[in-house]
Design a protein around this ligand. Structure first.
Ligand code: GLA
Length: 728
């Protein structure tokens, strides 16, 4: 992996064994994008954006002819107001009211490794030789502002991590209304856009559409990365599939308001900008100050979407997820939420724990309802003291009893929230986000604490850690059950109110950094009404996320398929729950529920004391099987074979890194009379080796090229099959 600057052609070339990323400096010192894609060994300098005179495209003051215009150049970090009429990557208001800046190339430096992003989650390196970083500085001489564009290339990964800093070297403050993490222009190709949208209980539904002329914005204004629009997009060739074709992924490492703007101009040039949401955003950047954007992780694949996902999965497992859980097999768990909701006591809990132990489950998680007198969702958020008497022996003893049985103990918190009916709210009504003099809107009967405030964070940190310090706790589920409106912080001045959403996130990240540093042995799982904040930002602190409140096996096929596009399987919490399913009322077999939940971090979320003997036997087998194979299932290479978004069948498989083992899952939603036969062809096996498969010995080349028939006798709705393969 190297980064070099060619003085002759005035180009930067970031290169590793997989990719090249090329930037050029034009004759007027505009920084332009040249190429991102498969590795180019030696770039000649020949491929440059041609000069052509487009009417109504202005020429910069220092252009020598009519051929140079910023209106068409593929600018690496475009602005507006100085010749480019397209969407800008930044929008700054200067002291004199002008929004016109003219950033030109100034200098560069190359740094070994990767600097951290102050206060923000980001990809990291463990050793300096794992990555190299290019920082290109652009300057606007008149306003004395500098843009520092940062590009990290990793050894062995088809990835460029980008972020931006704005440095204010002037004597005045400047108002930042947009500052993107990345902008990339595709001047000459047809593209499809893939994105992950949805809603509560229906997260990360995969949508693929043609990029058409005009502007499309994919964003969240909800104060969280949201159920509704995940901060991930892929731009792919129209012919790209799971297995072939060019694919570019862009994933923002951020958990708050975000936006991706896609613009195709009349010359069929496409620009994609990603970063903090500019809606209602304004940041006063004082003299001498620097603003750091979140990071955008840009991945390239020349072999379709599966390979794109593999890069994200490996990258996040090795360079985003931290702490003791990194690359470690994750425990199976039983969560009491769908088993008891708020209605639990020591006896009920211990009965579930005993059953769990008998079934081989490794951890018990006590969900919502153990604190402050909370018996429903109207009360007590913010009062993180144990409800006396609810667990008769007390939480400390409960934890001890559970540990004595050989299980781990986990507990639920919702630290960012406050109930109107809480001691905390009665004492500090101004601690909730809200506009003085106006009512506050409720969401799930609760308000949002103003996490931009240090005093608020300190109070919650102290409350939370007094529980963690007293009670042996192995796992924490960190929930967040509403979105933000009336975003106003009483401690900030009027001109700083546009900063609250981002200051909230910085406060949250500061809190989490302190928490995970001081409690390294705790496994954290984030949650937001299921998967409302499934993003790379939170994965930096919490290695797992509750994928969705929807535990229906059929609904989960789409949710988990979509999620797998960017996020590792080891980060996806997946539970077997009771039937009829509590979200969809659907009844699916225990086998199918198990086969879906095993394709993530397996857990159970049902009343184990209500199971029949056969069900217990089956669950015991599932847990046992999962534990035996979880290295493969959590960290193996995951291939999507058949998409639930395209038909009645879904199939995926996991292959071990040495390709000697694989696990294949096939699911069919609805049965059909006189149905056509289904063949599954496997991938990534060793061609010349034999595998034990379904009681037979079959060579890899046969399984990959001919495949095998799914048994036509497999009848009924919501059926599934699982195949384990091992090299003999
Ligand atoms: C959210 C979570 C659930 C559960 C409840 C508790 O909805 O997603 O898993 O923890 O909160 O109130």
């Amino acid at each position: 992996m190297t980064i070099f600057f060619d003085k002759k052609t005035k180009t930067f070339h970031l290169q590793n064994a997989q990719i090249s990323y090329l930037l050029g400096i034009e004759e007027n010192n505009s920084l332009v994008h040249l190429y991102f894609g498969k590795k180019i060994k030696n770039y000649s300098g020949n491929y440059r954006y041609p000069r052509t005179d487009r009417s109504f495209s202005p020429n910069p003051p220092d252009a020598s002819d009519r051929l140079l215009s910023l209106d068409t150049l593929p600018l690496e970090f475009p602005g507006n107001g100085f010749g480019d009429f397209r969407e800008p990557a930044y929008n700054l208001k200067l002291k004199n009211g002008s929004r016109i800046t003219d950033f030109r190339y100034d200098s560069y430096k190359i740094i070994a490794g990767k600097p951290t992003l102050e206060g923000l989650p980001a990809l990291y390196v463990e050793a300096e030789n794992e990555a190299e970083t290019l920082v290109v500085t652009l300057k606007d001489t008149l306003s004395k502002l500098q843009l520092k564009l940062s590009y990290t290339i990793y050894k062995g990964f088809a990835v460029i991590a980008r972020s931006t800093q704005l440095v204010n070297d002037s004597q005045d403050s400047v108002e930042v209304n947009r500052l993107a993490s990345q902008s990339i222009d595709f001047p000459n190709r047809e593209l499809d856009l893939i994105h992950l949208n949805g809603s509560w209980a229906k997260e990360r539904q995969l949508t693929r559409e043609k990029v058409n002329t005009g502007i499309k914005v994919l964003d969240s204004k909800r104060g969280s990365s949201s159920h509704h629009q995940n901060p991930f997009v892929a731009l792919v060739d129209p012919t790209t599939t799971e297995f072939q074709g060019d694919a570019y992924g862009i994933n923002l490492v951020y958990s708050g308001n975000h936006e991706t703007v896609i613009q195709k101009d009349p010359y069929d040039q496409t620009r994609v900008i990603t970063g903090l949401n500019s809606f209602n955003f304004s940041w006063q950047l004082g003299a001498g100050e620097t603003f750091q954007t979140p990071e955008a992780v840009m991945v390239y694949s020349s072999n379709g979407l599966n390979e794109l996902s593999h890069t994200y999965h490996d990258l996040y497992n090795h360079h985003l997820i931290r702490g003791e859980a990194k690359l470690k097999e994750r425990p199976t768990l039983i969560n009491n939420w769908e088993a008891t909701y708020f209605d639990f006591n020591e006896e009920k809990v211990m009965k579930i724990v005993e059953e769990a132990k008998a079934l081989g489950i490794e951890m018990f998680v006590l969900d919502d309802g153990w604190f402050g007198g909370r018996e429903d969702d109207f009360t007590s958020l913010g009062d993180w003291t144990e409800t006396e008497g609810k667990i008769a022996c007390g939480l400390e003893n409960l934890s001890q009893k559970i540990h004595e049985k050989g299980l781990k103990f986990g507990i639920w918190f919702e630290p960012e929230m406050i109930s109107e009916d809480s001691d905390l709210f009665r004492a500090h009504p101004d601690w909730a986000l809200g506009v003085p003099g106006r009512g506050r809107s409720l969401g799930r009967n609760q308000f949002v604490l103003d996490f931009s405030r240090q005093d608020v964070r300190d109070n919650i940190y102290q409350q939370m850690t007094s529980i963690l310090d007293r009670i042996p706790i192995d796992y924490v589920k960190w929930d967040m059950n509403r979105n933000m409106i009336e975003v106003y912080s009483v401690l900030l001045d009027s001109e700083n109110q546009g900063e609250v959403s981002h200051r909230y996130m910085l406060g949250l990240y500061e809190f989490l950094e302190k928490l995970v540093t001081n409690y390294p042995e705790i496994l954290f799982e984030s949650c937001s009404g299921g998967g409302g904040r499934f993003d790379a930002g939170l994965l930096y602190y919490m290695p797992q996320t509750w994928t969705s409140d929807n535990t229906d096996a059929v609904a989960r096929l789409k949710i988990q398929y979509g999620t797998s596009l960017a996020y590792p399987i080891s980060s996806m919490g997946a539970h077997v729950s009771a039937i009829p399913n509590h979200q969809t009322e659907r009844k699916t077999s225990l086998a199918t529920r198990g086969n879906v939940a095993m394709s993530g971090v397996l857990g159970y979320e049902l009343d184990l004391t209500q199971l029949s003997t056969e069900e217990k036997k089956e669950i015991k087998e599932q847990v046992n099987f999962y534990k035996q194979h979880r290295q493969l299932l959590q960290f193996g290479t995951f291939y999507r074979l058949k998409s639930p978004f395209e038909g009645n069948d879904t199939a995926w498989m996991f292959v071990s890194k040495n390709q000697e083992e694989a696990m294949v899952f096939y699911y069919r939603v609805l049965t059909e009379a006189s149905a056509p036969l289904t063949t599954l062809k496997l991938v990534r096996l060793l061609e010349d080796e034999n595998y034990e498969f379904d009681g037979k010995m079959i060579a890899g080349d046969e399984l990959m090229n001919i495949g095998f028939y799914i048994n036509p006798e497999l009848s009924g709705d919501y059926v599934s099959q699982r195949f384990y393969l091992r090299k003999v």
